[in-house]
Design a protein around this ligand. Structure first.
Ligand code: KG4
Ligand code: ZN
Length: 348
């Protein structure tokens, strides 16, 4: 029997319209409508297309979540919504829906941080978060290494990408290799038949000097360019491009740096628990390498199931339920969408 606050969460920061319902730490519904197919021909998310798709999907997705959970809107204790970071127009659709529900139902509204939600979602899968937990968030829009002493009000950034996000690099390299968008899952699949040692691609920001100035930061732009140059050289020589081997070698370079710095951060900050979230956490090589390196370092690893790693509403509801349970203050109905909400602001 679940207990705790009953919270509906709305997520619209990118191209997924997510509505989740959480009861305390129990997930009751996770309805997601994605506009990813509408962006595929552009090779990336088109903000205006995403906003319009959210508008169409919002009410049906709320209805679907309530039906799955067997919950009536008036039974809810609170409404949570992503207020940033993300695409402004897309965020506005979710915020407008959440504010309308909060006002009409006379329930408290919680505007929450998208990145903190990626961390909080693991509570509904693997239980309460150890305090502190280190979190590696890797998706098409973000690559962050965080220290999380308290998911409801204390998150510190240890590092982030200084150029492309990890998922963005997967998507761009996939394009160079002639694979569809979004490229991550296709590279993952192609790499299974490839040799990860075929090409030794650069590991960004890992040299001695970079480790002083950018100890826990990432950079994937140089790697992306190195892959493109390598492929171009092969094509210029009239030779076939070994897609599986290049995919595997690229993936190895990304996962090597991601996991190396995450484990180092845990060691240096005395943290025994690492959580990996975001769309790229679905990557099979990243999961395997992270598990190996965490085992070797005596760190416990938590990775939500792939469906909870990509953007969804359950993560927002999960964080909302934590905020309510810990008695954190609700948000004002006038809260704005903040496309660059800092990672250390858990709720607004
Ligand atoms: O979290 P998410 O759904 O949306 C953003 O907030 O960006 O992440 C999407 C990203 C895309 O770049 C996609 O290529 C990547 O996650 N991705 C993967 C895999 N599945 C999704 N990257 C590598 N391997 C995968 N299996
Ligand atoms: Zn995300």
């Amino acid at each position: 029997m679940s207990s705790g606050p009953l919270v509906l969460g709305i997520e619209t920061s990118c191209d997924e319209t997510g509505v989740g319902i959480v009861h305390g730490q129990t997930l009751l519904a996770d309805a997601v409508a994605s506009s990813v197919d509408e962006h595929a021909r552009f090779g990336g998310v088109v903000p205006e297309v995403a906003s319009r798709a959210h508008l169409e999907a919002m009410v049906p997705t709320i209805d679907r979540a309530c039906e799955t959970a067997g919950v009536r809107l008036r039974d809810l204790d609170a409404i949570a919504v992503t207020s940033g970071p993300g695409l402004s127009g897309a965020l506005l659709v979710g915020l407008a829906a959440a504010k309308a529900l909060a006002l009409a139902l006379d329930k408290p509204l919680y505007g929450v941080n998208h990145l903190a939600s990626h961390v909080a979602v693991d509570i509904v899968e693997h239980g309460p978060l150890p305090e502190p937990t280190a979190a590696l968030l890797v998706s098409g829009g973000h690559s962050n290494l965080l220290l999380v002493p308290d998911i409801t009000d204390d998150i510190t950034s240890l590092g982030a990408t200084i150029d492309d996000a990890a998922g963005e690099a997967f998507d761009k390299v996939a394009r160079v290799l002639g694979l569809p968008f979004p490229g991550g899952p296709y590279i993952d699949k192609a790499a299974r038949a490839g040799d990860a040692a075929y090409v030794s691609f650069p590991r960004g920001l890992t040299s001695g000097r970079d480790m002083e100035r950018h100890r826990f930061d990432y950079s994937f732009s140089g790697l992306k360019t190195a892959v493109a140059r390598w492929v171009e050289a092969r094509e210029r020589d009239g030779q076939p491009v070994p897609v599986a081997d290049v995919a595997a070698s690229f993936q190895e370079a990304v996962t090597d740096v991601l996991t190396r710095k995450a484990v180092l951060a845990c060691r240096e900050h005395g943290v025994d628990d690492l959580l990996i979230g975001g769309g790229v956490a679905a990557n099979s090589r990243l999961r395997a390498m992270a598990q190996e390196r965490c085992d070797a370092a005596g760190i416990r690893l938590r990775v939500p199931r792939p469906g909870l790693c990509t953007d969804n509403g359950a993560m927002v509801a999960a964080l909302g339920a934590q905020l309510v349970a810990r008695g954190r203050p609700a948000s004002d109905l006038g809260i704005p969408a903040d496309s660059s909400l800092p990672v250390d602001v858990v709720s607004v």
